[in-house]
Design a protein around this ligand. Structure first.
Ligand code: JE8
Length: 253
């Protein structure tokens, strides 16, 4: 997978080259290029923003600069295009007003050969940039949660990590992603609690079933605790979960 990120704060994305993702890049499982939006400005002040039409607080990011940047970065075939194909990338624009970025969206993105991320700042990017790009490529405006950040860079880090860990070979143990919270194999439920040695720590013991060696009982316990935790913390997830009679018996307890 090829990932391009356009931002006015390239150094903000430096952590993408650390740890697991850094290893994935070194192993060629992932290619990441970060571009400084100011490279497409033409004035001495390298202006990327201007005051909003209709008034209101803050500034809006200029369409001309973003248009030139995305024309260059999304060019296919082009320098960034994977295998130099003429397939355009999917443009992902983080914004609080976007559709929710969920595990299902992460799984969708993990199938894409090429993602380009546009990191807004100020009050956001002139809408015409998104509307213009949508004439040439798939565009997604997504939100990582119902709170307001200062810019898109942190959201891109969240999205890239959630997507990259799903790529074959990135996680040491691929089975780990199969047991993710929200994943299909867990019926969209939250994961239950995890434990490791010692058996007793500060007079708190590991549940006996996990040391029983009875794999059927352990699987049932993990399902039950996932159901209980989901019911307690995210009951709305149960609406879409495929529950059997045993599951419903747990919830009716
Ligand atoms: C007061 N204004 C309101 C509009 C957005 C302004 C800050 N900003 C500029 C670009 C930008 C990109 C993403 C996010 C963001 N915030 N929360 C999320 N879940 C996001 C996501 N994905 C925020 C952003 C602040």
């Amino acid at each position: 997978m090829r990932i391009d990120v356009v931002t006015i704060f390239p150094d903000y994305l430096a952590p993408l080259r650390e740890a697991l993702l850094g290893k994935a890049i070194d192993r060629g499982l992932l290619e990441v290029a970060v571009h400084d939006l100011r490279g497409w400005t033409h004035d001495v002040h390298k202006a990327v923003d201007d005051s909003p039409y209709g008034g209101g607080p803050g500034m809006v990011m200029k369409p001309q600069v973003w248009g030139d940047a995305l024309d260059a970065v999304c060019a296919s075939p082009g320098a960034g295009a994977p295998q130099d194909t003429d397939t355009p990338p999917r443009l992902v624009v983080p914004t609080p007003s976007g559709r929710p970025f969920t595990q299902a969206v992460a799984e969708e993105y993990a199938e894409e050969p090429w993602l380009v991320f546009a990191c807004g700042r100020y009050e956001g990017i002139d809408q015409r940039v998104i509307d213009d790009a949508a004439r040439r490529m798939p565009v997604d405006e997504v939100s990582i949660g119902d709170y307001v950040l200062v810019g898109g860079e942190v959201a891109v880090m969240v999205i890239v990590e959630a997507v990259a860990r799903l790529l074959p070979g990135v996680l040491g143990n691929p089975a780990s992603a199969k047991q993710d919270s929200f994943s299909a194999s867990l019926s969209g439920l939250l994961e239950g609690p995890s434990y490791t040695r010692p058996e007793v720590w500060r007079d708190l013991a590991v549940p006996d079933v996990l040391r029983s060696g009875n794999h059927a009982a352990i699987e049932r316990w993990r399902r039950d605790t996932a159901l209980e935790r989901t019911f307690a913390r995210r009951p709305e997830l149960l609406d879409d979960a495929e529950l059997d009679a045993a599951d419903r018996a747990v919830l009716d307890r």
